[in-house]
Design a protein around this ligand. Structure first.
Ligand code: NAD
Ligand code: ZN
Length: 355
């Protein structure tokens, strides 16, 4: 499946399929220098592929530490100095082969190397269907995640689904939270459809039909960010589940999507209280259990410290915590939520997990 972004200019293709790498040639044939920036774990599993690309295109290979550890200023400095020592020209393309961390890092490198060179994303995780779309690139600061960065679009996203076959289940679960979030932002049919397809761990592990759901997820995200490229209004909807989720992620250092799924459940409880709705919370808790999300940490959650973390969320303003709520499935809204409501929702949230 292939999509094209629909910005006013500088559009790029997003190809999502098994064997998508066969199309890489069309996008890189004219560069003088090519650098493959490859996540270490991906390299461990897929060196036969990366070696092939490197020899076919006389590309440099740069293996970077697995996951989040690449997204530091010191590693950025080391890498950019090493790239500059290769006397690369401006006609260079950096190709990220890895998950969201490798993509964010490589995109940031590309945006700053010689004031900007081209880059291409080859995502290898489910979560990267989210991170590779939207043009946000960056690294972490000691003051917080993703605080050093830019908006910088790739020339292409070539999402070869073959890579997903080596992904551990824990990473499938992490990425699936964003796929599910996109369905919730879409409409009730999307949610019913995806819950039926991936009804338990075994079904999700199989990744049957994942091409379709990733395509739908990318399309949903694209529609939102094209409407609002600079995160003022509708882009906030993409934070569904993230206010509470980020606090849980920060506190317990669990994979992003595991925390987002918990945040999505919390959001439904707040929605029921604030918007007078009757979403069936037990249904969502049960769905997380069926998929086997690790939920033991819920017992250790404690309101006051999470509240402080929610207040720190960069999406807030002086009026306190802001959350994305769902007036209905597919109909998000951003609301301030006060301490009392959050605290009440939290007590209810805990009660569901004690059963
Ligand atoms: P990741 O890149 O850290 O990858 C997760 C883990 O999977 C790592 O250990 C990695 O080594 C391993 N891995 C990757 N591909 C594999 C494969 N095919 N087989 C086996 N192992 C593999 O994380 P992620 O979950 O893909 O992305 C999270 C990152 O994305 C965070 O840094 C987050 O800030 C960023 N993000 C960015 C945006 C954005 O808009 N730019 C949006 C969401 C998330
Ligand atoms: Zn997220």
């Amino acid at each position: 499946m292939k999509l094209e972004t629909t910005y006013k200019s500088n559009n790029y293709p997003i190809i999502i399929e098994h064997h998508a790498l066969n199309q890489l040639h069309d996008y890189i044939k004219n560069y003088q220098d090519i650098v493959l920036v490859i996540d270490q774990k991906v390299e461990n599993e897929w060196s036969h592929i990366t070696d092939f690309i490197a020899s076919e295109y006389e590309a440099h290979k740069l293996i970077v530490p697995s996951g989040e550890t690449t997204k530091t200023l010191s590693f950025y400095e080391e890498t950019i100095e090493s790239l500059l020592s290769k006397q690369l020209t401006r006609n260079t393309c950096l190709i990220a082969i890895g998950g969201g961390a490798t993509g964010d890092f490589t995109g940031f490198l590309a945006s700053t190397l010689l004031r900007g060179v081209d880059f291409i994303q080859i995502p290898t995780t489910i979560l990267a269907h989210d991170s590779s779309v939207g043009g946000k690139v960056g690294i972490n600061s000691k003051h917080g995640k993703n605080l050093i960065g830019a908006f910088y679009r790739p020339k292409a996203v070539i999402y070869d689904l073959n890579f997903l076959s080596t992904l551990p289940y824990s990473e499938i679960l992490s990425g699936y939270a964003e796929v599910y979030k996109h369905a919730l932002l879409n409409d009730i049919e999307s949610v019913n459809h995806i819950e039926a397809q991936y009804s338990d761990e075994q079904a999700l592990k199989s990744l049957d039909e994942i091409e379709y759901y990733l395509y739908k997820g990318v399309q949903t995200k694209l529609n939102i960010i094209v409407a609002d490229e600079k995160e003022s209004n509708v882009r906030k909807f993409l934070n569904l589940g993230h206010t509470f989720g980020h606090a849980v992620e920060y506190k317990f250092k669990i994979p992003h999507g595991h925390a987002v799924m918990i945040g999505i459940v919390f959001q439904f409880i707040v929605t029921n209280i604030m918007l007078n709705k009757s979403f069936n919370i037990a249904h969502y808790v049960n769905y997380l259990r069926e998929l086997n999300y690790p939920l033991d940490i819920v017992n250790d959650l404690e309101f006051e410290s999470l509240y402080k973390l929610m207040l720190n969320d960069k999406k807030n303003d002086e009026q306190g915590v802001q959350m994305v709520l769902l007036k209905d499935i597919g109909d998000p809204i951003v609301r301030h939520v006060d301490y009392k409501t959050l605290s009440k929702a939290f007590a209810e949230f805990k009660s569901y997990f004690n059963k």
